[in-house]
Design a protein around this ligand. Structure first.
Ligand code: NAD
Length: 368
């Protein structure tokens, strides 16, 4: 369902614009839906962030949190600013934002593009609620432990056999060798798969016999953070060529809209695990579906991060978070594949049905 300018039956429940001229703050929070519980969603800091973008991301969080069966609705925050500003200025801005949204108890802020665990520590100090906190404040550092990559590996356990693949020996290509991509490759390696190609914003590398993962991670995280394109253990390839690399599992873990109608026909993989948010255009997803490529949608496959944040919020431990991520994502991927087969619909259509049904069911329990 397209949202009109004022939303639809699901939300938004509240939209709050905040402004503090003295601190140079302009921001917004969209609480999309709170039927399942207070909304969780990140605070995005970017010079060009808009209310419309925040509303779209808030809806995406409603669906992601509902699909994951969390006791949380979806929301999102936005601050119009350049995140590379001096630390003291950023701290002032974040604290001002937190104070102005303190009454919005249906929104629990988390980190997103341009904000991090330190920013969330300041939010927590101001208003007593935030997720994605530093470890000393009870946080579970989700990028350090690889929560989202772990969830992608859980998705692979269920989806690979459905795509006719054995994870033992399966060839993996990762676009975007960052927090999500590195950990996905690492956890899939533990299940017998091997990374044959990877890219980042600086280049791409390919080795059909398998890249030495530990050496590649050491290279990528070493001094000056060089690009994977300069890794000696494989051949440098053009970044655009990554889509057409011979492999079984393709993992987008970088930017939106990287799979398009133009390149989707060239994809060799039988399974796509969407680590990034909206990495494929609608047209690309239609092409993959028609070609019989199993394409596990973003808000099902990459929910590990928000599941981890919810476990943190409820006082759970790191090991509980990892177990919960595996349980929920395995179950969801199973259900989405079954629904898609039963209705002859794409995995995304099946996932949207599943999420909407869960939100609507939660809404029926709410009397106020
Ligand atoms: P990150 O910044 O750690 O890594 C992103 C990687 O992508 C970097 O290596 C960067 O060089 C690379 N990259 C950027 N542009 C590229 C391009 N054009 N081609 C190839 N590589 C490119 O970010 P991350 O936390 O790993 O997040 C990656 C994606 O996953 C984002 O879309 C994010 O919204 C999404 N996501 C992240 C999480 C999480 O837990 N971190 C959870 C859900 C979704």
């Amino acid at each position: 369902m397209e949202m009109s300018r004022l939303g639809d039956a699901m939300g938004p429940a509240q939209v709050l614009h905040v402004c503090d001229s003295a601190a140079g703050l302009r921001g917004v929070v969209v609480v999309d839906n709170v039927a399942a519980g207070p909304s969780i969603g990140g605070v995005r800091m970017a010079p060009d962030v808009t209310t419309a973008e925040v509303a779209r991301l808030a809806r995406a969080m409603t669906l992601k949190n509902a699909a994951a069966g969390l006791a949380h609705g979806g929301g999102k925050g936005g601050i119009v600013a350049d995140p590379r500003m001096p630390a003291a200025e950023k701290r002032r801005l974040i604290r001002s934002f937190a104070r102005l949204i303190s009454g919005l108890t249906g929104y629990i802020p988390g980190p997103d593009m341009g904000t991090d665990e330190e920013a969330m520590a300041h939010v927590q100090d101001e208003i007593g609620r935030a997720v994605g906190l530093p470890r000393v404040l009870g946080g579970i550092p989700l990028d350090e432990i690889g929560a989202t990559g772990w969830g992608l590996a859980a998705a692979a356990r269920v989806a690979a056999p459905e795509a006719g693949l054995d994870l033992e020996g399966a060839r993996v290509a990762v676009q975007g060798f960052g927090a999500v991509g590195i950990h996905a490759a690492r956890f899939l390696r533990e299940q017998g798969a091997r990374l044959v190609a990877a890219s980042d914003s600086g280049g791409a590398v390919h080795n059909p016999d398998g890249l030495d993962l530990a050496a590649l991670i050491a290279h990528k995280t070493g001094d000056g953070r060089p690009s994977v394109g300069s890794f000696a253990g494989g051949a440098a390839i053009d970044s655009d060529a990554l889509v057409g690399v011979e492999c079984d599992i393709w993992i987008p873990a970088a930017r939106p809209d990287v799979l398009t109608a133009g390149n989707a026909p060239a994809l060799k993989a039988r399974l796509v695990l969407q680590g990034a948010n909206i990495p494929a255009t609608e047209e690309a997803e239609r092409i993959l579906h028609e070609r019989g490529v199993l394409n596990v949608p973003d808000f099902i496959a990459n929910a590990g991060g928000v599941i981890c944040a919810a476990v943190e919020y409820h006082g759970g431990s790191e090991s509980q978070a990892m177990q919960t991520i595996a349980d929920k994502i395995e179950r969801n991927v199973r259900e989405v594949i079954d629904r898609s087969r039963a209705g002859s619909i794409s995995l995304r259509a099946a996932a949207l049905d599943l999420a909407r049904l869960r939100v609507e069911e939660a809404m029926r329990y709410r009397m106020r």
